[in-house]
Design a protein around this ligand. Structure first.
Ligand code: PMP
Length: 380
């Protein structure tokens, strides 16, 4: 029989939309994908070359459980250069994507029945990592007019003796909102809890630079990786930064459950951090053009965008004027005009009535997709 715990894992609805898209494509339909949260760019050549070279040099054995020292030093240098924070390499664990890092952080910090504060809406996988580690989800509703940011007073009300951490994600999936210095300081003031800061979209910021939580507190776990910024989703490379006292436990957890991340891919990660700056800049510029185009045209179609998203590659558009059931709406859209969008309900009850549009696709696709949506809205 399936375990009670496994039965409680919620599904990732965007995957259902993608499965529908695939079914339509197999029938010969031309689907425009505005649902996917994956860069459409190729991985920069300098990274690919480093992986091939590492393979040729037979970098094919296990590495240190925390990751190659050279990569951890490069991550440490990156955080110093970007945010002026000192992180010693023994506070870094390299993992196969940020997803396992999230799981291991939960395993390292949570006792059975303790809870973690998450916002509603939020990235849909968070709750399952928490549950997998025996924790509880302590959900706080956030509001579109405030860019879905936490209110400090709501955090104060939600905190119990069992609250272990507060989860933040900036730039945010699904909202694209970037927390400024003031917002991060507000979170960092909660000194009795750890802050878990998912910084995977850092670098994909189009106005001001994003700040790391480590600039404001050391009682934090940072989750980051290579999937988004370097267009490396399928390489599976990520990392977490943790407080010093967790070094031995993170090492032990990783030794047991993973042994180590892939050796030659870690060498590619070093190349990404050191040599892919220009490639990243080029991608940023294109994302920004798409972002502006998408916001402008979604507004023209009647969607509300309450606070302008300035990071990641998503617009979380308010469709409540014409949609109360985002799940059905997303499936109607894909079935009638063959455009994939992600229903807001995927991100929690407070996302109901919203649709997430991804601009990790060409401007031509965005233009065609929005033209089809316009048609859909006219004919409904
Ligand atoms: N956090 C957020 C907010 C994400 O959007 C994603 C990917 N969709 C992840 C973590 C996981 O990324 P990965 O495992 O590819 O590093």
């Amino acid at each position: 029989m399936i375990s009670q715990r496994a039965n409680e894992f919620t599904s990732f609805i965007v995957m259902d939309v993608m499965a529908k898209a695939e079914e339509l494509e197999r029938k010969g339909e031309h689907v425009i994908h505005l649902e996917v949260g994956e860069p459409d760019f190729q991985t920069p050549e300098v990274i690919e070359k480093a992986a091939i070279e590492a393979l040729k040099k037979q970098k094919t054995k296990y590495t240190h459980a925390l990751g190659l020292l050279e990569l951890r030093e490069a991550i440490s240098e990156y955080y110093y250069n970007e945010y002026n924070v000192s992180v010693s390499p023994d506070r870094i664990l390299v993992t196969t994507g940020t997803s396992p890092a999230l799981l291991f952080v939960m395993l390292a910090m949570l006792n059975h029945g303790e809870d973690i504060i998450v916002s509603n809406p939020r990235y849909p996988c968070y709750q399952n990592f928490i549950k997998a580690a025996g924790g509880r989800v302590n959900e706080i509703v956030t509001y579109p007019e405030e860019g879905f940011q936490y209110r400090s007073e709501d955090i104060n009300k939600a905190i119990t003796t069992k609250t272990k951490a507060i989860m933040i994600n900036s730039p945010c999936n699904p909202t694209g909102i970037v927390m400024d210095e003031h917002a991060l300081k507000n979170i960092a003031q909660f000194q009795n809890q750890f802050i878990i800061s998912d910084e995977i979209y850092h670098g994909l910021v189009y106005n001001n630079k994003a700040h790391s939580i480590l600039e404001f507190t050391n009682k934090a776990f940072v989750i980051n990786g290579f999937s988004k910024l370097y267009a490396m989703t399928g390489w599976r490379l990520g990392y977490c930064i943790f407080p010093q006292e967790f070094t031995m436990v993170m090492q032990r957890i990783h030794q047991n459950f993973m042994i180590s991340a892939n050796n030659f891919i870690q060498w590619a990660g070093i190349a990404a951090l050191k040599y892919a700056k220009n490639d990243v800049k080029a991608m940023q510029t294109i994302y920004n053009e798409r972002r502006q185009y998408m916001i402008q045209h979604l507004k023209r179609l009647g969607f509300a965008v309450h606070v302008e998203p300035t990071g990641a590659f998503y617009v979380f558009a308010d469709a409540r004027k014409f949609c109360s059931d985002s799940y059905s709406e997303a499936f109607n859209i894909i079935e009638t005009v063959k455009v994939g969008v992600t229903p807001g309900i995927d991100f929690g009850s407070a996302g109901e009535g919203f649709l997430r549009f991804s601009y990790a696709t060409s401007i031509e696709n965005i233009e065609e997709g929005l033209k089809r949506i316009e048609q859909y809205l006219k004919n409904r």
